[in-house]
Design a protein around this ligand. Sequence first.
Ligand code: DC
Length: 220
Amino acid sequence: MAAAPIIVAIDGPAAAGKGTIARRLAAHFNLAYLDTGSLYRQVGFLVLEAGGDPSEGEDAVAAARAIFGRSFEDQRLRTQAVADAAARVAAIPEVRAALIEAQRRFGTTPPLLPDGKPPKGVVVDGRDIGTVIFPEAGIKLFITASPEERARRRHQELMDRGISANFGEVLEEVRARDELDATRPVSPLKQASDAHLLDTTDLSIEAAFEAARDIVAATV
Ligand code: DC
């Protein structure tokens, strides 16, 4: 019998570095990568595009059923307005339920790698991956950093993209999204009891990646 695919489940708050680390782990270990935040962003984007209300169940559930087949690389998913809409649709239980199956299917039957080879497993990042989507994952990481450091990184990223932003406002946005993600009743952001904690506050991205790589290498 073929070995079960390796599942690396990564959770953590916004702007903690998990997306960058997850992509690099996937490339390093030949695993397929799924950014589940982009699913919720796509739902939020579709609701806004249709002129709907992201906190309203019917608008959001209809959008959640319409996201598949769309591009998740679309840069329009990366705006602050869409991030805010994503956090709102993500609090609706029916929206989360509509996205569970596709996430689990990615774990059991991952797509081929860009070079056409079958992956040995997957890296999936989000907020509830180790707690709800793949509670049985072989490797779980909870990647975090202080709100100030996450706001500093987000602010720098905006400036690098030529977007002027006020640090205090970015920090407020980080705190507001933490509050929405961690206090919603359904699948809140939470460290799984068997997850490795990786605090990247004082780590460069390189050092953070190496720490994550060493944790994964000890298991695969
Ligand atoms: O990781 P991100 O910033 O792209 O996520 C956008 C929003 O989607 C985030 O505020 C919370 C939500 N989300 C979620 O509830 N569960 C996930 N597994 C991934 C994201």
